[in-house]
Design a protein around this ligand. Structure first.
Ligand code: ADP
Ligand code: MG
Length: 314
């Protein structure tokens, strides 16, 4: 302790005494003035993502990056949401998870933008309807396997995603997909294996398991349920006329507001599920159904899903 105090005094009395050279640049801090917007990439409930060139030399040789910020109208209440998303993404390293690059700070030193790698093909929701004829069932099953590998890794880090859907899975190229959008991701480290939602902003109800809708409880296996719905989206090539929302509304009849969730919960309790899409092999539909077991502990795990899906691709 005495030595530490001596060192502190030495430092105070001698400002030049610093262990690190002062000109070391942090490559994860992006300066706002060098970020040149090219176009909008998309937006969801809370955020907006733009394609930018980070061009400190100003000669268009800089790299392309995806830049996420919160929408102005939700910024107030969601103030910390982006920082949570940044902290989570920063700690994740996996081939099937979008890569963190850094942040952009405002005048007060608060992180206002999340900088990620740019994935040129966009989300499955945008890509699949356009490339239907070029995408075989084998490719779809490979995407599904990769999503499970990313999700299994996420679970091993004690996180639940809570917003797994085709709109939040991005393509790096025709062979590789990555999970993006960790805006609703929660840590379950300090809980008993589940997370309880405090404020129900806008929840993607048609992707949610029964326990999420009735008790606001999220387990790892609740993500498995959402994966089943995502796999359903893949098999239908994200055709919006067959979207989970449209099909569930077919099942429960047209409703509004709170009644939608009540009727959905009842339909699920009665065992009603999304139907098997026309082009979907029985064995693949069987896997979806194992994701949609009513009780969370009966559902298949991401590890078993990886095994089963790998087997199907022979
Ligand atoms: P939100 O939290 O608002 O839903 P997302 O992170 O899901 O925001 O991004 C919204 C949309 O922006 C995505 O559905 C996708 O189309 C596009 N997008 C997001 N990240 C990237 C990226 N790294 N590369 C390319 N497109 C992206
Ligand atoms: Mg999203």
């Amino acid at each position: 302790r005495a030595i530490v105090r001596d060192l502190d005094m030495l430092e105070e009395g001698n400002p030049g005494f610093k262990p690190l050279p002062p000109n070391l640049v942090d490559p994860t801090i992006f300066e706002k003035r060098f970020l040149k917007k090219i176009r909008e990439l998309g937006e969801g409930h809370f955020g907006k993502v733009e394609l930018c060139r980070y061009d400190p030399r100003g000669d268009k040789t800089g790299e392309l990056v995806a830049v996420k910020s919160l929408k102005p109208e939700t910024r107030e209440e969601q103030g910390n949401n982006l920082s949570t998303e940044i902290d989570i993404l920063k700690a994740l390293y996996h081939d099937n998870i979008v890569k963190y690059k850094g942040i952009c700070l405002d005048e007060t030193g608060q992180a206002v933008k999340l900088i990620m790698e740019y994935l040129p093909l966009g989300s499955l929701k945008e890509h699949l309807p356009k490339y239907k004829s070029k995408t075989s069932l084998g490719t779809l099953l490979s995407y599904a396997t990769q999503i499970c590998m990313g999700m299994d890794y996420l679970g091993s880090k004690n996180y639940i995603h809570r917003d797994l859907a085709a709109r939040n899975v991005l393509l790096e190229n025709e062979r590789t997909v990555k999970i993006g959008d960790f805006g609703l991701t929660k840590s379950i480290k300090d809980n008993d294996g589940y997370y309880v939602v405090k404020d129900e902003n806008e929840s993607p109800v048609f992707w949610y398991a029964p326990e999420c809708l009735t008790h606001c409880k999220f387990y790892r296996s609740s993500d498995v349920w959402s994966f089943g719905v995502t796999m359903y989206e893949l098999i239908t090539y994200c055709d919006s006329s067959k979207s989970p929302m449209n099909l569930f509304l077919n099942i429960i009849g047209p409703t509004q507001g709170q009644m939608t969730v009540v009727r959905l919960v009842n339909a699920l309790k009665e065992g009603k599920r999304l139907p098997r899409p026309e082009n979907c092999p029985e064995s693949v539909y069987e896997l979806m159904r194992r994701c949609w077991e009513q009780s969370p502990e009966k559902r298949i795990t991401f590890k078993s899903l990886i095994q089963e899906l790998t087997g199907m691709q022979g």
